[in-house]
Design a protein around this ligand. Structure first.
Ligand SMILES: C[S@@+](CC[C@H](N)C(=O)[O-])C[C@H]1O[C@@H](n2cnc3c(N)ncnc32)[C@H](O)[C@@H]1O
Length: 474
């Protein structure tokens, strides 16, 4: 039976204020301190007009690997990040931040320029931007982060500037696309960012900036995007060159360099949405599900193999009446870490009487899931998608079913703590008797973790790559 906390069918999940404050936990820093204590060093020998071929590693289609430039980078996902690791302390910008800041100074920030920091995991670009506009009377800074946890950390660290209106950091639970956030800034923009690992993510970010700004009369955009030279490629210049007619490299600092794009091309294209599809069994019937992907969402518009195995097994249980019986209906089902929305779409199609919630820390995922649901005509009122860190906005013991295909990597390293935080979240929101369906890589072991955190476990499927477990909340 549904618990007393479970809601009646067709009631959208209610979101209460987060019971826990989960953030990347940056301590407050005086903006002026940053400028005073951390001059950006330049040496003439480091000044080069363009990256040379030797600077590029590999074929550069995807510049993989974590950016370990001496900074203890916070985990992108904040699931309990504040609980499990030392929060990043404002200790002066790491090399890549310094090269971005140095390049911004090199190009000069004018009195009428609006500044945007993008995916500023360290907070140092935001601190610099605030310092740079401190002399201007009505200037503001936009700090946009795709990750809810990173955005929360920025809001916490710069609470004073957010409260005074100097700084805008879009927050949840709706998720604001970069394109929409940019539409509210001035006409002359300087954007500061680290180069994303994947080229399509870079393309998405620069197009999200260029399209709304380029559509205005008398506007300008300059982008300063920095990275470690070993992770940079000519392809990144090419991506920038699709929206800018001038692209060059900045002076280097150590092993970091920045690319600078300026002079917008006419009518630059906006960000695109990738389309794909997959066959999924819904109550035993094969159905095509259209998938949509924007930005750097996990898996793009393809169905993840682990999720496919999870759905195959789950649908057998649903079709056999093991889940969602008349006596024990699934009134609320959650896709935790919804990515491109494959699992949310399945839940909405297979459980038409249930309220469904897809939730993700990543704005790109939230927007992709919404687009996937709409593409399949499944965007009904009681199917919602929220931007959140580990479903912090959901009430305890309010959910009957949670599906989880968690991230196992932070950059390139396997990081079990990412999974543990999400398992804890699933355990918290499940009502007693509610079920978690969980897929993990077969070479990892999670049965004991799941049993300890949630309750008795059954292995539902296992192949060479993936294992599907279900657990009943004790
Ligand atoms: C392996 S992907 C699975 C995506 C999708 N469910 C699928 O099956 O294709 C894991 C997803 O979890 C999301 N995620 C990671 N940490 C999260 C957190 N703390 N809160 C919510 N979502 C998170 C990631 O952004 C990513 O979309």
């Amino acid at each position: 039976m549904p618990s007393s906390t479970a809601r009646s069918p067709r009631t959208p999940p209610q979101h209460c204020l987060p019971p826990h404050s989960r953030t990347v936990g940056c301590a407050p820093a005086a903006v002026s301190d940053f400028r005073r204590t951390d001059p950006v060093p330049h040496t003439p020998a480091e000044h080069e007009p363009l990256l040379s071929d030797e600077d590029f590693a590999g074929d550069g289609r995807h510049a993989e690997g974590p950016d370990t430039d001496g900074f203890d980078a916070p985990r992108r996902r904040g699931v309990g990040a504040s609980e499990r690791s030392t929060p990043p302390q404002p200790q002066g910008p790491a090399q890549t931040d310094r090269v971005i800041i140095s390049a911004a100074e090199e190009i000069g920030i004018g009195g009428s320029d609006a500044l945007i920091a993008i995916d500023d995991v360290t907070g140092e670009l935001t601190a610099y931007a605030l310092a740079a506009i401190s002399e201007q009377s009505d200037a503001t800074v936009l700090s946009w982060a795709s990750s809810y946890a990173v955005a929360s950390g920025l809001r916490q660290r710069f609470a004073e500037q957010v409260d005074s209106g100097l700084l805008r950091v879009p927050s949840g639970p709706q998720a604001v696309s970069l394109e929409d956030a940019v539409s509210e800034v001035g006409d002359h923009v300087v954007a500061l960012m680290r180069l994303p690992k994947a080229l399509h993510a870079l393309e998405h970010r620069v197009r999200s900036l260029a399209a709304p700004i380029g559509a205005r009369e008398q506007s300008s955009l300059r982008v300063v995007a920095g990275g470690r030279v070993k992770h940079m490629s000519r392809n990144q210049n090419d991506v920038l060159a699709t929206v800018f007619s001038e692209v060059r490299a900045s002076r280097g600092i150590g092993k970091s360099r920045a690319l600078i794009g300026s002079v917008l091309r006419e009518r630059p294209a906006g960000p695109s949405v990738a389309e794909g599809s997959s066959q999924v069994a819904v109550r035993g019937q094969q159905r095509p599900v259209s998938l949509r992907a924007t930005g750097a969402v996990f898996g793009g518009a393809r169905a993840d193999a682990g999720s496919r195995l999870l759905l195959q097994t789950l649908d057998q249980a649903v079709a056999a009446g093991e889940l969602a019986t008349e006596e024990e209906p699934v009134t609320t089902a959650v896709d935790l870490g919804c990515g491109n929305g494959l699992l949310s779409a399945y839940l909405a199609a297979a459980l038409p009487e249930s309220a469904v919630l897809g939730s993700d820390d990543d704005t790109d995922a939230v927007l992709s899931t919404r687009a996937t649901l709409a593409a399949n005509g499944l965007d009904r009122e009681d199917v919602q998608v929220t931007w959140d860190d580990a479903i912090s906005q959901l009430q305890d013991r309010s959910v009957d079913l949670v599906l989880l295909n968690p991230p196992f990597h932070d950059g390139t390293a396997i990081d079990a703590t990412l999974v543990q935080g999400l398992l804890d979240a699933a355990s918290r929101v499940l009502r007693p008797g509610g079920q978690l369906w969980f897929v993990h890589n077969s070479h990892l072991r999670f049965r004991t973790e799941v049993e300890r955190r949630v309750g008795p476990v059954r292995q539902r499927a296992r192949d060479r790559r993936f294992t599907v477990l279900s657990a009943q909340r004790a």
